[in-house]
Design a protein around this ligand. Structure first.
Ligand code: ZN
Length: 76
């Protein structure tokens, strides 16, 4: 767990923290270069109660390419 995650979760009631973690795991970055997927949670971030898809310029943990990665929510 990243420092950011610990900090944010420590401010929340336990039930919210669980929900925030589940949501953050459902949101996934997809690398445009190699198709590798990484959840927001695994990337050390938190995304909670968000809707819609977005694009983020970031480095892929697998192929190390800097690219615009699609952030989308996995269907549950
Ligand atoms: Zn990649």
């Amino acid at each position: 767990m990243s420092r950011l995650q610990k900090f944010i979760l420590s401010l929340m009631p336990a039930a919210w923290a669980k929900s925030a973690e589940a949501d953050s795991r459902a949101w996934t970055f997809t690398c445009a270069a190699c198709g590798h997927q990484q959840s927001v949670w695994d990337a050390g971030g938190i995304r909670w109660k968000a809707v819609g898809n977005s694009r983020n310029y970031r480095r892929c943990v697998k192929c190390r390419a800097l690219s615009w990665q699609r952030l989308s929510r996995k269907p549950q």
